[in-house]
Design a protein around this ligand. Structure first.
Ligand code: AMP
Ligand code: MN
Ligand code: MN
Ligand code: MN
Length: 298
């Protein structure tokens, strides 16, 4: 081979087959139904090349997932999904490529989990007042780690007890604003979440922006604030049929890169599976390329 004819193995590989990434998923360490190992095995079966584990306010599953990913030969990104209160709304900020042992991040997340436990007692009290007894014990049985207890575990308990047909229905009937099991809660501030993530070496990504149902002016205010406080990327989510155009346009305007993830929780029919992300047009800035998240083996 002549001098000067050198090439990047990763570029050649990505040209040979389009790499399948998924930078948003949950395990039994928060409200997902698969253990970190089972999650990685499913990702591998789905031919995902790069997976991030992003449990809610929790990094306990990262070590197990990283080991399973090494064994399965797929790329892995250590992540977390931080719960945030911004202008009275609940938002989620993903931290991708974090050091899970970082002290500032760990203590910030521990604080949120403590407040999750307090909220769970309040949720159970309100459900009790509406005639649904013992929901704290019931929901805890569905939570792998009681400290990470969330509405998803209450939803499973409600389905198990016959109060709802499925978890979606349980949310709708009991766990969303205006319903008897909903408790308004103060999570981390946007600045805290981004600060912890960046301090831990991670990239801060606004998760599923279209789930917040914000009017355009409010969305613009959020993206301005997210940018100003150090946010780096917007997520494209919503499964294979989602239309990523509004995120692509907003990212270009505000100078964000794009991330993409399925937000996988369960293999139940109708939810996005691992690797289910829409096609992203050429030319859009991809966080996983900008931040060089692919290990050289992939
Ligand atoms: P939490 O952080 O405990 O308030 O729970 C938030 C999680 O609940 C989200 O990450 C979703 O997994 C789930 N969730 C929120 N809203 C709904 C909904 N309307 N239907 C089904 N699941 C939902
Ligand atoms: Mn969830
Ligand atoms: Mn979320
Ligand atoms: Mn999520």
């Amino acid at each position: 081979m002549g001098k000067g004819f050198c090439y990047d193995a990763k570029l050649v590989l990505s040209a040979l087959h389009s790499l399948r990434i998924d930078l948003h998923s949950h395990s039994t360490y928060s409200d997902g139904v698969l253990t970190p190992t089972a999650l990685i095995q499913r990702a591998s079966r789905n031919r995902v090349d790069l997976l991030a584990l992003t449990d809610h306010d929790e990094v306990g599953g990262v070590a197990e997932a990283a080991a399973a990913a090494r064994a399965a030969g797929i790329g892995f990104v250590a992540g977390v999904e931080v719960s945030v209160t911004w202008a009275g709304l609940t938002l989620h900020v993903l931290g991708l490529g974090i050091d899970p042992r970082n002290a500032q991040l760990s203590s910030g997340l521990a604080g949120i989990r403590k407040s999750r436990a307090v909220r769970a007692v309040q949720i159970a009290r309100q459900l009790g007042a509406s005639g649904i007894a013992d929901s704290l014990d019931g929901a805890s049985r569905f939570a792998g780690d009681a400290a990470a207890i969330g509405r998803g575990h209450f939803a499973r308990f409600l389905v198990h007890q016959g109060h709802a047909a499925d978890t979606k229905n349980a949310f709708k009937k009991y766990l969303v604003p205006g319903k008897c099991g909903y408790v308004a809660h103060q999570w981390a501030s946007l600045g805290q979440a981004i600060g912890w993530i960046r301090n831990a070496g991670g990239h801060a990504v606004l998760a599923h922006p279209d789930q917040y149902r914000l009017v355009p002016l409010k969305m613009q205010a959020l993206l301005d604030d997210f940018k100003q406080q150090g946010g780096q990327a917007l997520e494209i989510s919503g499964g294979l049929r989602a239309n990523p155009m509004s995120q692509i346009r907003a990212a270009k305007y505000f100078g964000f890169s794009l991330s993409a993830g399925s937000d996988f929780h369960t293999a139940a029919h109708g939810s996005a599976d691992l690797g289910d992300i829409p096609a992203i047009p050429e030319g859009a800035r991809r966080l996983w390329q900008d931040a060089d998240m692919f290990p050289s083996a992939v």
